[in-house]
Design a protein around this ligand. Structure first.
Ligand code: PLP
Length: 460
């Protein structure tokens, strides 16, 4: 290795340690706008550069436009903190340059997935015979699972999608809660489904499917059906009532998919697993590594009970590609991509780092911190906590829509913590999501103070 690279890697390592050490005192908002960043990043194609110059330039250019997602008072959307051990494993993944598609070429990458897959099924307490695909995010996890579902329900109706495709196939009904995550509809779109295929089920105040409405919806459905439930509503954290949903879906011969991007991790806890009851009866599950498990982006898992359906949807066959022999698991067989990142390494590292109890404790702790937010904010006149805080999500309304938006803007500009806005049940909300491993009670208290200060300033 040339000395150049030695220096380059050493510099990056030192920078990384410095940057993470500053996280808890970090100003929690990017100082440069997207437009400014686009200007800065413009490339002059006539110029080449030395490696160290490239990397130094990249660090300098990006710095003002970086969000504090790894910092402990970042509560925007639902984003994990890219744990340093996971990041180190991810560096190794890049250093090794393994293409995880092929278990013959890269036995270590494939084996890390095999071991992690088994551990994930244990942790999440899902059927141990299920197959697991390592994908980019929960969006692709749901896409993958729903592709398996589509083929399976059509085969049950006597239609061979592998031979005949979808043109002319029996119509498939998609029974889904009115407040399913937008990425579910994205996945369905990629799979050839549209609005008229959806039977949308009314939800309760927390965004969970109403059982009566679900039963009524299932009565209207004829032919092949896919039911999509949610473990962890993005605003409330609510779970669909899976015990009943799973039973009815099963009786009806429908495939049940669960979007559990972050909420499925509740099943790894002792404190919050009750609301997961029944979801182990589903046929497929999507769950992120890069949210609650704290792996770096991109990392998620497509889990399918019936391996055969998973394989039939995703397997890529070519004369130059190895096929599964005996117990050999071919990583590419369970995901849409062939060549890809070896996501098993970071997953393995995070599970090895935290262990079963560490993961359970972290998830439980985040839920307790969400409670702490709700209690402190809810005690303030004019502040409404809009959800039952059953998990790690808190939806807050401040007085009126315009005031809520103003509070969010003020909190963001203040830089003490980061939250984002949304609208829910016809009202503007500030969403708080606790998903960073390093968040402490003190971080919550500092953030509450910043939020209440913003609210008092807005209220006048
Ligand atoms: C984040 C999220 C998704 C999408 O996951 P990505 O990893 O961003 O692709 C899907 N469903 C829910 C409930 C989510 O919170």
């Amino acid at each position: 290795m040339s000395a150049d690279y030695e220096k380059l890697f050493a510099e990056i390592a030192a920078y990384a340690a410095r940057r993470r050490a500053e996280d808890s005192s970090r100003y929690h908002a990017p100082s440069a706008s997207y437009a400014q960043q686009v200007g800065g990043f413009q490339l002059d194609l006539s110029q080449a550069a030395e490696p160290d110059q490239v990397i130094r330039e990249l660090m300098e250019l990006a710095e003002p436009g970086l969000a504090a997602i790894t910092a402990p008072r970042f509560f925007g959307w639902v984003m994990g903190g890219s744990n340093p051990t996971g990041v180190a494993a991810d560096w190794l993944t890049s250093i090794w340059g393994q293409n995880a598609g092929n278990h013959i070429a890269t036995p270590a990458a494939a084996a890390a997935e095999t071991a992690s897959a088994a551990a994930l099924l244990e942790l999440l307490d899902l059927p141990r015979e299920a197959s697991v695909g390592f994908v980019t995010g929960a969006t692709m996890a749901s896409f993958t699972c729903l592709a398996a579902a589509r083929g399976a329900v059509l085969r049950r109706a006597g239609w061979n999608i592998d031979a005949d495709g979808m043109a002319g196939c029996p119509p498939i009904s998609i029974v889904v809660g009115e407040e399913a995550h937008s990425t579910i509809f994205a996945g369905l779109k990629y799979l050839g489904f549209g609005e008229r295929n959806f039977v949308k089920v009314a939800v309760n105040r927390e965004g969970a499917m109403e059982m009566d409405a679900f039963v009524a919806a299932m009565r209207t459905v004829q032919g092949p059906a896919i039911v999509i439930g949610q473990a962890g509503h993005i605003n409330s954290g609510a779970f669909d009532p899976f015990v009943d949903i799973a039973q009815i879906a099963r009786e009806r011969g429908a495939w049940l998919h669960v979007d559990g991007a972050f909420g499925l991790w509740a099943n790894a806890t002792q404190t919050h697993r009750l609301q997961c009851e029944g979801l182990d009866l589903a046929d497929s599950w999507s769950v992120d590594g890069h949210k609650w498990l704290q792996t770096p982006y991109d990392c998620a898992y497509a889990i399918v009970r019936d391996r055969e359906s998973h394989l039939r949807a995703m397997q890529i066959a070519a004369s130059y590609l190895p096929t599964a022999a005996g117990a050999d698991r071919v990583p590419a067989d369970y995901v849409p991509e062939l060549s890809r990142r070896a996501r098993g390494f970071a997953t393995w590292a995070m599970i090895r780092l935290l262990g079963r109890q560490g993961i359970a404790d972290m998830v439980s702790r985040h839920c307790a911190l969400a409670q702490r937010f709700a209690e402190a904010l809810g005690a303030e006149p004019g502040v409404e906590i809009m959800n039952d805080v059953v998990l790690n999500q808190v939806a807050v309304h401040f007085g009126a829509d315009a005031q809520t938006a103003a509070v969010v803007a003020r909190v963001q500009a203040g830089g003490e913590c980061f939250v984002a806005g949304a609208s829910w049940r016809g009202k503007a909300i500030m969403r708080i999501s606790v998903t960073n491993e390093n968040t402490t009670e003190a971080d919550v208290d500092r953030s509450v103070a910043a939020m209440l200060e913003a609210w008092r300033a807005v209220r006048g």
